[in-house]
Design a protein around this ligand. Sequence first.
Ligand code: MN9
Length: 295
Amino acid sequence: MTRPGPILAAMLTPFDAQGMVDETAIGPMVDLVLGQGIDGLYAGGSTGECVLQSLEQRQVLLRALADYAKGKCTLVAHVGSAATGDAQMLARTAGDAGFDAVAAVPPYYYKFSAGEIADYYAAIADASDLPLIVYHIPVLTGVNMTLAELERLLGDDRVIGIKFTDSDLFKFERLINAAPDKLHYFGSDEMFLGAAAMGAYGGIGSTYNVIGGLIVAIKAAVDAGDLPTARALQTRANEFIAILLKVGVVPGLKHALAQLGAPIGQCLPPFKKPAADALAQLDTWLATQNRHLAD
Ligand code: MN9
């Protein structure tokens, strides 16, 4: 197994006017995003609008992405679904397409027990030969697994790590130290510096589509023990993230990528087009700040 790289962009999904995956838009988007020097892509997750798509469309995306990007970078497929059978099917698709790993949110909607959640992850691990990353994002799933539950999931040999999107850095640090051999990715981009300082292996985030270079630089500064540089870089990142949160993260990132030369269509319903005044702020940032990110 190749070890997945540390800094992965949570990929957006390009759609055509009919709401189908626009395979022709994948290449230019991938080139733009990878051009920032990140290690790879995490496809079909929250940023990729996974819960708004049919199983078939999610498979189309995974196959098309692997066709274009396999061999160029780390590829992780998010396969999580409240329907365990769909998650297994997607894991098989990712395995056949040549992904490096799969990731999955826990089953949501019903309040499943820890044992039921563990069975779901075991079923996904059984479905393919790919290593598995647990995705902990309680703010969206409503499933707030405890430290003990997360530790138990990481105890499975087939589970290589976790994507941890939460502001609880205490829990994150406890988990890193309880399972030091696993890959601990952090997913709250606005606090990446804190997580890197706590010992994160890397990060997987939506905003990396635009500011991936800043995140790579924050990690390098933390690893070099240069806290003032890391702090200044996180502040620059957060100026962008604050605007993006006003616009709406996924529609805002789609708008930004179009402005940067890789149009990928609109979000699926019921996402609305962002408000014009918020978009104007984003455009100003892109025009005045983004081109200086490499400075
Ligand atoms: O885990 C993303 N989380 C969500 C990844 O989409 C909820 C993050 O990249 C956030 O979008 C980002 C902005 O809040 O930190």
